[in-house]
Design a protein around this ligand. Structure first.
Ligand code: FES
Length: 102
């Protein structure tokens, strides 16, 4: 069975990353790794649900200032924590979210 794909948009539509997007009523930051891969990082803090936002090349939560790597979503305050994420596939210049939020 083929995994469900949800179209995010064309690559050209996102000039500057991270870009805030909403998919299926859920907020994400679309990021691109230094290896050129795209991914969606959940814009909800795993600590207590704060709104994640970019600051100085990182992603931070303004509630208690946890900081996250803006490529991997790993928490820099607690190595056991990270932002949940979805895989992004690139096909014909378009971005698709695939699989579940993990
Ligand atoms: S809710 Fe994000 S750091 Fe506490």
């Amino acid at each position: 069975m083929r995994e469900q794909e949800i179209e995010i948009g064309t690559i050209d539509a996102f000039g500057e990353l991270p870009a805030e997007i909403t998919l299926e009523h859920t907020p994400y930051w679309l990021v691109r790794t230094s290896a050129g891969e795209y991914r969606l990082l959940l814009a909800v803090c795993p600590h207590a649900g704060g709104d994640i936002r970019p600051l100085n090349g990182m992603l931070i939560c303004p509630l208690h200032f946890w900081t996250f790597d803006s490529e991997t979503g790993k928490c820099l305050n607690d190595p056991d924590e990270r932002l949940m994420q979805r895989t992004v596939l690139v096909r014909d210049g378009r971005l698709f979210a695939i699989g579940d939020l993990v």
